[in-house]
Design a protein around this ligand. Structure first.
Ligand code: AZC
Ligand code: PLP
Length: 824
């Protein structure tokens, strides 16, 4: 399959040589970090030739290319994944073993590239893997944040954020490309001037501040196909380096300001997931990487094409949520002001180049910029947005005469705000949701008016994940087992997994499957011991909820249920109970109080329960510190139960759910997001579904919510659990520590609706589903069958399938083939 040829001796020599030239040391003297660097540089050698060869093909054939514009790329570690996709993992592992080096330990030296928050950023990373493995021309475009997602420490049960200085030791895989630097301008004023030669008005920005955008390229290695695409992330540099003589010209201030702007703009990723903070610096970040990426895309196009009016035949800009939406106005600006197109020509190109993906219906995530901020920072871009809005509103009035309500609801500029989602929908030719249910909710609820006006734009692209990272790399035991039974085609065609289905009835295969799970649980138990100092029993059920901490994801429901079980055990020691380890992992946005309180609550409950000898370790609660891509790989492989318990309608898709399924963990979840499609594939009998449906939730919401007090007053066991939030049981006698969580459920004081996320409403149904989990697990044969069928039914959820759908319906790309470099 792959043309990769591996010369073991040459590789070993290269590693030794790298240690020497980089550090003036012998391999025996090298620190683990130095060994990681040396190995990575040796691997980069293998990547570079294919990278060059791929770019040569692009240069020659000038194929249509997708630019995936995203504020976030949650890449995780590169070394292991690159080796996997080079099909060189085993070879390199052996070569290093011969040198007395353990590849796993080397991999552990690499910091995660955590340039993203959660699902949205990780999806972008999976998409790059699939695009490249399928051979499609693509760039990821983003920001080279100097600090990625913060590192999480748990101190005294509380989350403490520390900076993620991921570039501290240098990034061996990146290449700085000064030759593609671009200027990006902010602020100032616009002077219009008529050009009598061309007969056109020109718009000249004056008194602006500017920064230089410098791209760093990271290789994205396709699986066994010689294709290497590029993740291009932009760093910032002051345009005029500090000059002492600027004192004299009164430009001292400006010089300092430009230095500061360059320094702050790429400093840090905003750590909010599904929540928009509205900070000026964030808008600067957005415009910064968008302007640079678009300028470069146009330059690249012009290097092999001459008619800018046909840009859309070669270029697609896919906007990952509304964060990059300023792209539509910036593209108009570049086409008109720099390339000399008329409004109509520029609009024709723009609306054929830009497409928008929506990832959430959470209203607090919708980006709306105050007009005064937006127009001050981006004066020319704002003029263009005004004109787009003017023309659009005219169209709305034509279509719905006399219906000013429509204008109010649909305008891009309204109420002193620029509504980015509206801009994306109006200027994009495609609007997609990320799972069937989510797309239906967009069409019939959130974006109803837009769907009615332009139904042809709307389409669904159910998310997916890459099996190469999350099975082949993350779970080698299971990967080998799958290959042993059905061959290795699944690596590039996950629908092959269906061939495992007959094995669900084969006792020997079931036993092997469970044994692998057990080994993976031992591996995770070891990680937990090393990192959390807690002993967990790999014989217990590993019940796992790992994802960002958010009220809608309902970690609170999970931990309240643990408290409930614990009460039961204390009260009825005679009840039999299958040992269970409840595993949590989640970062809370730094400013999200309730989310942080929930982390403290989970840790306090863990403290009490884990130290209560009277329950014989039947329940353990573990909060894994610093949940991120690298430890996620271990966690998915070891999970028995996949907790996907969001309030129905709130989780657009979820992708963690798919990774658990791939690794043989049945879903305990609501009918939300992609859970619905998971159940379609694996069958209701192989999942544990509970709770309100999305229709029911939406219905309640449209009618002012429900009365949690009724439930609280009629269910004494649940009441007791809720009361334990404020009676000091889990707070060393402090009655106030969790008061806000308590209030959020019963709304005695808070201003929101009571129990916005239907936790009390769904509690009984959840507890009952948990009972079904236990019963199913007790029957090991039945469990093995369910688990195995989850793995066997996950074919649909590969991001390869998702990408093929984007290509067929939106991007219309063609595959390229890259021959191996003959010099190799
Ligand atoms: C997430 C959604 O919450 C999640 O359901 C989905 O699987 C994922 O995107 C990928 O589509 N959304 C975000 O992370 N959104 C933001 C704005 O942070
Ligand atoms: N964070 C990490 C590190 C992940 O690997 C994933 C999985 O896709 C997510 C966040 C998203 O998880 P979920 O879909 O459960 O929100």
């Amino acid at each position: 399959m792959s043309d990769f040829k591996f010369d073991k001796e040459a590789f070993k020599k290269e590693v030794k040589n790298n240690v020497k030239t980089l550090y003036r040391r012998t391999i025996d003297e090298a620190t683990p970090q130095q060994t990681f660097q040396a190995v990575s540089y040796a691997v980069k050698e293998y990547i570079i030739d294919n990278w060059l060869a791929t770019q040569e093909v692009y240069e020659k054939e000038s194929p249509k290319t997708v630019y995936y514009l995203s504020m976030e790329f949650l890449m995780g570690r590169a070394l292991g994944n690159n080796l996997i996709n080079l099909t060189a993992y085993q070879d390199v592992k052996e070569a290093l073993e011969e040198m007395g080096i353990d590849l796993n330990a080397v991999e552990d030296q690499e910091p995660d590239a955590a340039l993203g928050n959660g699902g949205l950023g990780r999806l972008a990373a999976c998409f790059l893997d699939s695009l490249t493995s399928l051979g499609y021309p693509a760039y990821g475009c983003g920001i080279r944040y100097h600090y990625g997602m913060f590192k999480q420490k748990i101190k005294n049960g509380y989350q403490v954020e520390t900076p993620d200085n991921w570039l501290k030791n240098g990034n061996p895989f990146e290449v700085r490309r000064d030759e593609y630097a671009k200027e990006v301008r902010f602020g100032g004023t616009i002077r219009m001037q008529h050009n009598y030669e061309t007969g056109r008005d020109e718009f000249i920005q004056e008194n602006f501040e500017s920064v230089l955008a410098i791209p760093y390229d990271m290789p994205i290695v396709g699986y066994g196909n010689n294709v290497v695409n590029t993740l291009r992330i932009w760093d910032a540099k002051a345009i005029t380096s500090f000059r002492l003589d600027s004192f004299d010209r009164g430009e001292y201030h400006k010089a300092v300001e430009q230095e500061n702007l360059a320094k702050t703009i790429v400093e840090v990723l905003y750590p909010n997931d599904n929540h928009y903070a509205g900070k000026e610096l964030r808008l600067k970040q957005q415009y910064f990487f968008i302007s640079a990426s678009l300028q470069e895309a146009i330059d690249k196009y012009k290097r092999s094409n001459d008619d800018i009016r046909r840009l859309h035949e070669k270029v697609i800009f896919q906007m990952n949520d509304t964060h990059p939406t300023v792209a539509v106005a910036e593209l108009m600006r570049l086409l008109m002001d720099e390339e000399g197109l008329s409004w109509d020509d520029a609009w024709n190109v723009t609306t054929k180049c830009c497409a928008y993906t929506n990832h959430t219906i959470m209203s607090e995530a919708l980006e709306k910029w105050p007009i005064d901020l937006f127009s001050r920072l981006l004066p020319r871009v704002y003029q263009i947005v005004e004109e787009i809005n003017r023309r659009f509103v005219e169209k709305v009035r034509q279509m719905y005469p006399g219906n000013e309500e429509k204008v109010r609801k649909m305008a891009i500029l309204y109420d002193g705000q620029v509504k980015m989602a509206h801009l994306a929908i109006v200027a994009g030719f495609s609007v997609n949701g990320v799972a069937k249910l989510h797309t239906e909710i967009l069409k019939h609820e959130e974006l109803k008016d837009f769907y009615e006006m332009m139904p042809e734009k709307f389409n669904n692209k159910t998310n997916g994940i890459t099996q190469r990272r999350f099975l082949l790399h993350g779970n080698p035991l299971l990967a080998d087992w799958v290959t042993k039974h059905i061959g290795d085609k699944w690596i590039t065609d996950l629908s092959e997994m269906a061939k495992l289905k007959p094995l669900a009835d084969d006792p020997k295969a079931r036993k092997e499957f469970m044994e692998i799970k057990y080994q993976n649980k031992i591996r995770l138990a070891k990680y937990i011991k090393e990192h959390n100092g807690i002993e967990v029993d790999p014989e217990s059920i590993f019940d796992v909820q790992v994802k960002r901490l958010h009220e809608y994801k309902r970690q609170l429901l999970n931990i309240l249920h643990v408290m409930y079980l614990y009460n039961q055990m204390k009260e009825h020691p005679e009840i039999t109970f299958y040992p269970r380890t409840f595993i949590f992992g989640a970062k809370a946005a730094a400013g999200y109080k309730r989310a942080k309180q929930t982390i403290k609550l989970i840790n306090s409950v863990a403290d009490v329960i884990n130290n209560d000898r009277s329950i014989n370790g039947k329940i353990k609660v573990v909060f894994i510190e610093d949940y991120r891509v690298s430890n996620a790989e271990l966690i998915f492989a070891a999970a028995d139960v996949s907790e996907q318990i969001s309030t129905a309608s709130k989780e657009a898709s979820g992708t963690g759910n798919m990774k658990f399924m791939l690794n043989g963990a049945p879903t305990l979840g609501t009918m939300d997001g992609a859970n619905v499609e998971i159940v379609d594939e694996v069958g209701m009998e192989n999942a544990f579904i509970f709770g309100l449906s999305s229709d029911e939730v939406i219905n309640y919401e449209n009618n002012g919510g429900y009365q949690p007090m009724d439930i609280y007053n009629s269910d004494w066991e649940l009441k007791r659990v809720v009361d334990q939030l404020v009676d000091g049981t889990y707070a060393n006698g402090d009655h106030e520590l969790y008061r806000d969580l308590y209030n959020s459920l019963l709304n005695t004081k808070s201003s929101d609706r009571a129990d916005t996320y239907f936790i009390l409403k769904d509690f009984r149904s959840y507890a009952e589903a948990q009972k079904r989990v236990e019963a199913a697990y007790r029957d090991q044969d039945r469990w093995a069958k369910m688990a195995l069928l989850n793995t066997a039914s996950c074919g649909k959820f590969t991001s390869d399938r998702t990408i093929e759908e984007y290509v067929a319906d939106i991007w219309k790309l063609k595959k390229v083939t890259v021959k191996p470099d003959p010099r190799l």
